[in-house]
Design a protein around this ligand. Structure first.
Ligand code: SIN
Ligand code: MN
Length: 278
């Protein structure tokens, strides 16, 4: 999967790119089948909602399940990211499913990811890409992500740490900043069937409302960051920012079904959660 020049230009202008029908319903089912076991685990990498015991985000999945170890190497995720960054040496920074479950899934405040990557992990520049796969149909009802197109163009906006609104500490962007950015760029709310891919940049402002609907809105998220831009401080646990900085090598074909003995996959699942920095 290679992006066209037009798609690359649109990404740089808007900060977000949607790629419909990238994963088949069977592939999405294979991913979703793994979630009940992973969500049931009582581990620090499963964050629960503030107001309930329901899983909000399940992290470190490529170290917890072999299917995810292959998924993070799927060429449909890795190759477009390499193209957009003009860099083949990207490491797997974070791997999660944001659950946003029916009736209980809570908001993600206005933010951009680089604020957390920079303040918490000492990432130097806003280069990382967040690559999503919709695991359910995303509609206006079930807590879709909302982006401020072009909000990355002036560089990272001012932020403040919010440890109150939700269970997940987040460096957020206040209304006084979001308002003018929206006036200039409007809002974009990409929706679509399961299997859609979204790619967005590290300083693009986004958020999502709570899910009041009876439909889950589960999204797989892979953050890829250039090895040359790796984290420089190590206060957060490995599942929030992985410390294996070896470049991810795309598989020759799709992540599933597994047709050959996945020897290289072992590299990903063999890494202990708190492997010292190489
Ligand atoms: C969401 O899952 O709605 C937000 C995820 C993100 O901010 O990356
Ligand atoms: Mn985010």
């Amino acid at each position: 999967m290679r992006l066209s020049d037009q798609q690359i230009a649109a990404f740089h202008e808007r900060g977000v790119l949607a790629l419909p029908a990238m994963f088949s319903p069977d592939e999405v089912d294979a991913i979703v089948d793994r979630l009940p076991r992973l969500f049931a685990e009582r581990v620090p990498s499963n964050f629960r909602e503030k107001s309930s015991d329901v899983v909000r985000t399940a992290m470190g999945l490529h170290l917890r399940d072999e299917l995810f170890a292959r998924l993070v190497r799927d060429p449909r995720l890795v190759v477009p990211a390499q193209q957009l960054l003009g860099d083949d040496e990207l490491y797997v920074q974070q791997v999660k499913v944001n659950a946003k479950q029916a009736f209980t899934g809570e908001q993600w405040q206005w933010h951009y990811d680089f604020a957390t990557h920079h303040h918490e992990d000492g990432v130097p520049d806003p280069l990382a890409l967040n690559v999503h796969i919709f695991l359910d149909e995303v509609t206006e009802f079930n807590g879709p992500l909302v982006f401020v197109p072009g909000s990355h163009l002036d560089g990272p906006a001012p932020t403040a740490l919010d440890i109150v609104s939700t269970s997940y500490p987040l460096w957020t962007v206040g209304p006084e900043v979001v308002g003018p950015l929206v006036e200039r760029g409007g809002l974009d709310c990409p929706k679509g069937p399961a299997g859609t891919v979204l790619i967005f940049g590290d300083s693009l402002v986004h958020g999502s409302p709570s899910n009041m609907s009876p439909w889950d809105r589960r999204i797989f998220s892979l953050i890829l960051n250039p090895v040359s831009n790796r984290q420089t401080t190590f206060g957060r646990p490995d599942h929030q920012h992985h410390r294996d900085f070896s470049p991810v090598v795309p598989l020759d074909g799709p992540f599933w079904p597994v047709v050959d003995a996945p020897e290289p996959v072992r590299r990903w699942i063999a890494v202990a959660p708190d492997t010292p920095v190489a």
